[in-house]
Design a protein around this ligand. Structure first.
Ligand code: DI6
Ligand code: FE
Length: 394
């Protein structure tokens, strides 16, 4: 029989209530067998006991949108923007995503991994148990594959689950037309990455500075043919119709969404897609237009919250800070923010076995030195993690 661990004297935020609330259970115990939750309730017959001493226990957090594999940094671009240049101006001047592409191509796999592990460690230290990692800074077949191999290597090197997204349609490389890039590089890279087992989902950037809906549709069609789910960076800087395209392809999620409309929210509800809110990019870019949170609530679109950790628009290494910002900048309640980094983040990755505390779920848990779950969103730059359990192990 697999090893049994029990956690006693806990306040559980199960995140499984029908009302979208915390699903709080006080004076609770949990029994874990192997890497799964066996029962919520009396926990007899355990080989090992953790006395939580009244602490809050939540599902381990899930960062469902990151770009933590990348070379170099963009501190100079940060300075340029403070001197008055816009994000689009920086991109058109050869900065932006394309400069990270050059740095990522130049950095070898071992060094990319070492840099990515530091970022993963920062997230793990905040109770994160699952991290989504995108490619998209290669824009050539070899480097897109290199990024995805490094992403998989993070999951092998650390006690964390990594979910990959192929983001070949992230930017148009210098000297190439967008359509030719999609046909000659992006689609062959997707095929090659999929053949190596490196792709869990397919993403794209639908924006004036990147790809239009017709180009993204070609990528989504190939993803469908390969049996891969899709997601999309949509309506971040303008409304190009990416959200409706994503919904038509039954996307797991549409992400950013500052310029999404009520109709977009309705389309997402019909396709059961998750709205992934990325307040770090909103903050960094001094965006003033907010994602339509009221429309998401009205139409019943689940909302997730992620760091979007990337070297340009969101150099943010804290998911707890993203939760705080989702509340302060976008008006989410702390319960919505926590659902956004647990239950709904799991949905945004197509994972049904985590993000809640219930029998049969993965035993990925975070034990916090707080009295109430709202405290996780309330403080700025404070990490109250007491202990993380990953796959039933401390
Ligand atoms: N949207 C973003 O905010 C990031 N990528 C994307 O598609 C920005 C990536 C970068 O600036 O490096
Ligand atoms: Fe992103």
């Amino acid at each position: 029989m697999a090893r049994r661990l029990s956690i006693t004297n806990a306040v559980l935020a199960c995140m499984d209530g029908p009302d979208g609330g915390y699903g709080l259970v006080r004076d609770a115990a949990l029994l874990i067998e192997g890497d799964r939750i066996l029962s919520v309730g009396p926990a007899e017959g355990a080989d090992e006991v953790i006395d939580a001493r009244g602490r809050l226990v939540t599902p381990a957090l899930i960062d469902c949108h990151t770009h933590i594999v990348h070379g170099g940094n963009r501190a100079r671009e940060f300075e340029m923007r403070l001197e008055g240049a816009s994000y689009e101006e920086v991109a058109r001047a050869g900065g932006g995503i394309v400069s990270t592409v050059a740095a990522t191509r130049e950095t070898d796999e071992a060094r990319l991994l070492a840099q990515a592990l530091r970022r993963a460690d920062a997230l793990i230290a905040e109770g994160v148990g699952t991290i989504e990692v995108k490619s998209g800074y290669g824009l050539d077949i070899e480097t897109e594959l290199k990024m995805l191999r490094v992403a998989r290597a993070i999951g092998a090197a650390r006690p964390v689950n990594v979910v990959t997204s192929f983001l070949g349609a992230h930017a148009v490389p210098k000297g190439m037309a967008a359509d030719a890039y999609i046909d000659e590089v992006c689609l062959p890279a997707l095929e090659a990455a999929h053949a190596e087992g490196l792709v869990d989902a397919v993403d794209g950037f639908c924006e004036g500075i990147a790809f239009d809906t017709a180009q993204i549709a070609r990528v989504f069609e190939r993803a469908g043919a390969l049996g891969l789910p899709v997601k999309l960076h949509a309506e971040q800087l303008s409304n190009l119709g990416g959200t409706r395209l994503a919904a038509a392809h039954r996307a797991l999620s549409a992400d950013h969404l500052e310029y999404a409309t009520d109709d977009d929210a309705r389309a997402m509800a019909a396709s059961a897609s998750v709205a992934v809110l990325l307040p770090g990019a909103f903050y960094t870019l001094h965006e003033t237009r907010k994602p339509p949170v009221a429309a998401f609530r009205n139409h019943g679109v689940p909302m997730a919250v992620a760091t979007d950790w990337n070297p340009g628009s969101s150099p943010m290494g804290s998911l707890l800070l993203a939760m705080n910002m989702a509340c302060t900048l976008f008006g989410l309640t702390p319960a919505e923010a926590l659902a956004g980094t647990t239950r709904n983040a799991a949905r945004a990755l197509g994972l049904a076995d985590r993000g809640t505390i219930a029998p049969g779920q993965r035993a990925d848990l975070a034990i916090w030195d707080v009295e109430a779950p709202a405290e996780l969103s309330y403080r700025i730059g404070v990490n109250p993690l007491h202990k993380r359990i990953f796959g039933g192990r401390e």
